[in-house]
Design a protein. Structure first.
Length: 195
């Protein structure tokens, strides 16, 4: 047996080595991390998607445009998506259809619109099981769908991102866009909750 096998350095040491290598080549690591953190905490928030949903509920023409070309429609609300998120496909729930999204490969979401993925979204358990046992997994997550509601599961890819358009709760018809937006959660736009 070879004695040369070494276990990898701890994560901290590897991160430090990568940072050093980047800095030596003129890449501003500290500034980039700060910029990314600001984007993640202040810009990539589910309130963006909530605005989109509230607009769709109150403006039929906008909803049509959103369903036809999500990326172009959210730009009307000054919401940007990274260049590589080439398509935003908006999935409309109905009283008899429930959409749920997953990234079976890793953790992709339309994060600039619905916010960064929750930890459970990245878990192997969710990624594997929501595809095959969607009804059971949703029930375990607190969403017990009636048997007449069909479930469609959508697997995100690098360039096609999804968001679920929840059904507007009937008692909220006539509410203002701002009031409606407050109802819309990240979970409802992933499809593990209904409103
Ligand atoms: Fe992914």
């Amino acid at each position: 047996m070879s004695e040369r096998h070494q276990s990898p350095a701890p994560v901290k040491a590897r991160v430090a080595a990568i940072e050093q290598a980047l800095e030596e080549r003129g890449f501003p690591v500290a500034e980039s991390i700060k910029e990314f953190t600001t984007l993640a905490e202040e810009k990539w928030i589910p309130e963006n998607g909530a605005r989109v949903v509230a607009r769709a509920w109150t403006d039929q023409a906008f909803k049509q445009r959103l369903l036809e070309n999500g990326r172009a429609a959210v730009a009307e609300l000054d919401l940007a998506m990274p260049v590589h998120h080439r398509h935003l496909v908006v999935l409309e729930n109905t009283p008899t259809l429930h959409n749920v999204i997953v990234c079976t490969q890793c953790s992709c979401t339309a994060f600039s619109i619905i916010g960064l993925p929750p930890d459970w979204y990245k878990d192997f358990e969710y990624r594997a099981r929501v595809v095959r046992q969607s009804r059971t997994v949703l029930r375990e997550m607190g969403l017990d769908l009636a048997p007449h509601i069909d479930i469609k599961v959508w697997d995100t890819t690098a360039d096609t991102r999804y968001m679920v358009l929840p059904v507007q709760p009937p008692h909220t018809v006539g509410w203002s866009e701002q009031e409606l937006a407050k109802l819309v959660s990240k979970e409802s736009m992933i499809g593990v909750a209904r409103l």
